[in-house]
Design a binder for this molecule. Structure first.
Ligand code: ZN
Length: 222
């Protein structure tokens, strides 16, 4: 079987991380998460200029330059075996990132490249941010939707807080940025026939099932 390359794109809190994880477990895909790779990178040497700049941008919801994103993605991808599938979480965002990704997978002559657009309304993105709480000790996130009234982390009893990038002004900027920068990327990928629109509102299992149906159809299309 050919390797599966999947990617998720969507507004803040659209469920990219959750769906990427489900897919990576089902098909044994290597997860490439730009966000956590960036955070890991800054932890290696937290006090140097690059780490501080990157952390500041992440906390403020500012997109990091595409060249840095490419470095992280492709150094990881090129370190893998050719039959190891991957799932990119939370990327591509900028048009140039979508173009680079599409170019690489077309060059690889792999017809099992999928970009899933988890579509949620702006208000849903805001609502999910409002409900999210974060443990600064173990980095676990909670949602008041699933854990009503939670005030302390279930694992280490640390008080849970609203993370900087969930603050309303940051979310509003990210939504604006999405509409300006990411929509053209989505349109480009759609024109190349690799984009699949998925309704991101609803039960997690149902969304996962809709994604899997598309993958199965492609795998069996021979
Ligand atoms: Zn915790």
């Amino acid at each position: 079987m050919k390797a599966i390359y999947a990617s998720f794109i969507g507004k803040g809190n659209c469920g990219k991380g959750t769906q990427a994880k489900i897919l990576s477990e089902k098909y044994n895909l290597q997860m490439i998460s730009t966000g956590s790779m960036l955070r890991d990178w800054t932890l290696k040497d937290p006090n140097n200029f690059w780490s501080q700049k990157l952390n500041q941008d992440i906390d403020n919801g500012i997109l990091v330059p595409s060249a840095i994103v490419f470095y992280l993605w492709f150094s990881k991808l090129l370190s893998l075996d050719s039959n190891q599938g991957v799932v990119f979480e939370g990327s591509p965002r900028m048009l140039i990132e979508g173009q680079a990704m599409e170019e690489v997978f077309r060059w690889m002559d792999n017809n099992q490249f999928f970009v899933f657009h988890l579509d949620i309304p702006d208000d849903e993105s805001r609502k999910r941010s409002d409900l999210r709480r974060y443990c600064s000790k173990c980095h676990k996130t909670y949602s008041l939707a699933f854990d009503p009234g939670i005030t302390h982390c279930k694992d280490d009893n640390t008080e849970v807080v609203i993370r900087d990038d969930d603050k309303p002004e940051v979310i509003d900027r990210r939504i604006k940025e999405f509409n300006q920068l990411v929509i053209p990327t989505i349109e480009f990928l759609r024109s190349k026939g690799v984009l699949y629109d998925i309704n991101g509102v609803g039960p997690v299992e149902e969304i996962a099932k809709n994604i899997d149906k598309i993958i199965q159809e492609k795998i069996n299309q021979k």
